[in-house]
Design a protein around this ligand. Structure first.
Ligand SMILES: [Zn+2]
Length: 418
C-alpha cells in the first residue's frame, strides 16, 4: 500500500484492528495467521493496557491457550510485560499486561531557529527527557548545504550528551526523528542522511505541520472529525489535509507551501523572494504596509519598532489588544487575506472544517469568529456547508514530543512476526 505523506498511522492501526477478524487456520496459511494474531494481541495490549488475559481473550475472539502462547512469546521478545495486578476479588489476583517500556526508546529533535528542542520517550509514549538547547550562531548565513552540515555537526554531540545524561545507549533508540518548520533553510533529507551515518540509528525527518496534526488528532473533538484542513500558523503558515484513515491521496495543496500562495502578483515583497504571498499579508511586509497606511489615515503614529519583530502577526495583534486602532485595521486585513486563501482551498478540496493551530489562543475567540465570517463571505452563496474553524491546542513547543508519539505508532505499525 502506498503511504501518504500525511497518512495517519495511528488511525490506520485502529482501522485495521476493527477490520481484521481472526482468520481461520489452515495448514497453508498457519504461519501468516499466527503472525497476524501476534500483532493483533500486541495492538490490543497497547490500546487497552493495563489489560488482563481475560479481556484479551474476549476482545480477540481467540482461545485462551492461543492468547497465552502469544503473550509468553511477546514477553520473551520484550514487547509486553506484567505491569500491574488487578484488584483482588477474593481469589487469585489477575496479572495485567502492558507494553514493555524499558528496552526501546525514540528521540526527537525539533529545529526551531536558534534553538533545538529534544524529547525522549519510551515506546509506551512515556516522556523520560525533555530539554531545549541553543543552536550555534555559525549555523546561519551560509548556503543550504553548509548550513545543514553545521547543524548536523552540532546535533550529533548533542544527542550523545543527552544519552549520557539519561544513561541510555544509542542501541536502545528505535529511531530518531527531526522535525522542522515549513520553509526551513535546512535540507531535511541531507540532515537525516548525515545524522544516520554518524549515529547509526534510523533517522527520519518530518515537517512540524505533520507531527502537530498527528498530535491534534489525539484530542477528542478532533479525532471524531472525518476530514478537515489542518492549518499551522506560527512564523510560517502551513497546511495539511486530513481525509480519514482509508484515504491515501494527498490532495493538491499540501504540495505547495500554503503561506506562499500568491494573492497578488504585484503585491508586497515576501521573505521567499516572491511578491504578494499570503505570508507577507499575514505576517510580513504586506502587514506592515497596511499597518502604517492605516496609521497615516487615522493621523496616528505606528510602532515602527515592530519592523524587526520576527513574528509580526503576533506583535501587531498585541498592539491591537493595547488599543492601537491602526493595528486593529491591519489585523483585520490579515484575517481577510487568510479568509480569501482558505475559501480557495475549501472550494478546491470540498472540506470546510478547519483546525487552526498555533496562531490564536482560546482568548482570541473573537478573531476566530471574524475568520469564519470572512471565509463564508468569500465562498459561493450556494456553498453547501458553512465554514467551521476549530482552534487547535498544539504549538511548536509540542513538536518533539508529537514526533515521539508518531514514531512509536510507526514502530508498532512496522512490526511483523513472520
Ligand atoms: Zn513568499
Amino acid at each position: 500500500m502506498a503511504i501518504n505523506k500525511d497518512y495517519d498511522l495511528e488511525t490506520h492501526m485502529e482501522y485495521c484492528l476493527q477490520k481484521q477478524k481472526p482468520v481461520p487456520g489452515t495448514k497453508r496459511n498457519n504461519k501468516l495467521v499466527r503472525s497476524q494474531n501476534i500483532k493483533r494481541i500486541l495492538l490490543l495490549v497497547k490500546n487497552l493496557e493495563p489489560v488482563s488475559m481475560e479481556t484479551l481473550v474476549q476482545e480477540s475472539s481467540l482461545t485462551y491457550p492461543t492468547v497465552l502462547g502469544i503473550i509468553k512469546y511477546l514477553e520473551k521478545e520484550s514487547h509486553v510485560e506484567n505491569i500491574a495486578y488487578a484488584p483482588t476479588t477474593g481469589g487469585r489476583q489477575a496479572v495485567l499486561y502492558g507494553i514493555c517500556g524499558i528496552v526501546r526508546y525514540v528521540l526527537a529533535l525539533h529545529l526551531n531557529g536558534d534553538e533545538v528542542d529534544i524529547t525522549i520517550t519510551n515506546i509506551r509514549d512515556g516522556k523520560i527527557f525533555h530539554a531545549t538547547e541553543a543552536m550555534p550562531a555559525q549555523a546561519v548565513g551560509q548556503d543550504q548545504t553548509e548550513r545543514t552540515q553545521s547543524i548536523a555537526k552540532r546535533l550529533v554531540p548533542l544527542v550523545e550528551e543527552v544519552l549520557r545524561k539519561t544513561r541510555l545507549e544509542l542501541s536502545s533508540l528505535v529511531r530518531i526523528c527531526v522535525t522542522y518548520p515549513e520553509c526551513t533553510r535546512v535540507d531535511p533529507q541531507q540532515l537525516s542522511d548525515v545524522l544516520e551515518a554518524s549515529l547509526q540509528v534510523p533517522v527520519s525527518t518530518v515537517s512540524d505541520r505533520r507531527v502537530l496534526n498527528f498530535l491534534e488528532r489525539r484530542s477528542y473533538h478532533i479525532s471524531s472529525l472525518q476530514q478537515y484542513i489542518f492549518i499551522l500558523f506560527e512564523r510560517e503558515l502551513s497546511l495539511s489535509m486530513y481525509r480519514g484513515p482509508g484515504e491515501t491521496s494527498e490532495g493538491l495543496l499540501p504540495k505547495t507551501y500554503f503561506g506562499h500562495m500568491t494573492m497578488d502578483v504585484a503585491g508586497a515583497s515576501c521573505t521567499c523572494g516572491k511578491q504578494g504571498c499570503l505570508q507577507s499579508y499575514v505576517s510580513g511586509e504586506g502587514l506592515l504596509q497596511s499597518y502604517s497606511e492605516a496609521a497615516q489615515l487615522q493621523g496616528s503614529t505606528w510602532n515602527s519598532a515592530l519592523e524587526h519583530e520576527p513574528d509580526l502577526f503576533h506583535a501587531v495583534l498585541a498592539e491591537s489588544y493595547k488599543g492601537d486602532k491602526a493595528a486593529r485595521v491591519a489585523i483585520d486585513q490579515a484575517i481577510h487575506m487568510m479568509a480569501v486563501a482558505l475559501a480557495n482551498v475549501i472550494k478546491i478540496e470540498g472540506i470546510s472544517t478547519i483546525v487552526l493551530s498555533g496562531v490564536f489562543t482560546s482568548t482570541d475567540v473573537q478573531y476566530k469568529r471574524f475568520l469564519e465570517m470572512y471565509v463564508a463571505e468569500y465562498l459561493p452563496e450556494d456553498y453547501p456547508s458553512a465554514p467551521v474553524i476549530i482552534l487547535g491546542t498544539s504549538s511548536p513547543s509540542d513538536c518533539s514530543y508529537a514526533a515521539c508519539l508518531m514514531m512509536n505508532a510507526q514502530f508498532f505499525e512496522s512490526l511483523s512476526f513472520s
